[in-house]
Design a protein around this ligand. Sequence first.
Ligand code: AMP
Ligand code: MG
Length: 409
Amino acid sequence: MQNVMLTYEDARALVFGHVKPLEKENRPLAESQGLALSEDILAPHGMPLFDNSAVDGYAVQAADLTEATRKNSVRLEKLGYISAGDTGDEKMGSGQCMQIATGAPLPLGADTVVMKEDIELEESYVRFTQSIRETENVRYQGEDIPEGRTMIPSGTVIGPAQIAVLASFGFAHVPVHRLPKISIVSTGSELVDVEGKPKAGQIRESNRFMLAGMVKQESCELVKISMVPDIPDVLKDDFEEALQADVTLVSGGMSVGDKDYAKPLLKEMGVEEIFWKIKFKPGKPLFFGRRGKTLVFGLPGNPASSYVLFEEFVRPALRKLMGRRILEEALVKATLDVAITKTHKRLHFMRGQLSEKNGEFRVRPLGFQDSHSIGSLVESNALIRVEADSPELPVGSKVLVRPLQNEIA
Ligand code: AMP
Ligand code: MG
């Protein structure tokens, strides 16, 4: 059968169609960062919990101070001191005030707090030299978050802000989706380990470390990472173990070379091919398949291809498995600083340098775009989307750009 090359959009739709969020579970709050919520989080009660002071100062009735000026100051009887953590059942009335700490409960009868910096202290009185708006410096029960409000929607990835809210409302455990388990296998007889010295014709292996780094950016769990020569029996044993994960990433051996065993072997081992080859650059020979619940991405060995394909296919798929609502960094519109004169029959995600000046994005495609280029990886912080059969794009053209998590000089 003639292999029909899918477009980027169709291929992504197929990937997302096969990815379902993983099982739900409850995790301790302190271990929840990076996981996605599996349920909407509703406020079980209002926040703040009780009326309290926003400043260190004196609780008063604002009406007592209506006439207060520097010339015509008002004196109020000083009662006690309410510190943070006190129960807040003190009472005061007109003509009186109470010292109060930030976060301490407002005493009954008070409606306003005057900042400590604005008063003059006398023996058993406090002198006020200005009027104040009623309710000033009071944080009212429920004014920040009303009871029942959806505070965090399902699918939100938990970060420090979400942890603060969850902790405040007593979520010692949080409902999340479990994280995907990932295995990575780099294939190729030319590969030597990072400690090794390449002999003639050999290269140091880098993809498994690169892909592991990208997987870690998503907080996913790496269960296996290996490097295997192009020897079918050895590959097979390694693949069998790798296929126990939720997602298996195979690097290399996806093309049509005589020793590109990886793809045919995976199929022989029961991995159903969902697609192979896409109208995309870099990384035409992308393979996507499934065995049982395990998803398999076959990434061509060229580092830049693997990198870009991970960004555009694997990362959003991992996020969908995690149950995340937002699957990728949104494309931004940027102005081309350097013309793009060579375009292709395939959609091209070019490595480029994105910068921002006065709130506007500018982007410069890198000169060297070959798929084996690792130099371009450390130099790029964005991918420029250049359509298939696009006309030349002169300086000043507006292009869509995917920002990358990569710091460049
Ligand atoms: P392949 O996809 O196996 O045909 O490999 C394509 C190119 O990428 C070849 O030049 C390989 O030497 C190189 N390559 C393959 N795997 C790796 C890897 N894990 N790390 C670095 N380069 C690789
Ligand atoms: Mg190879």
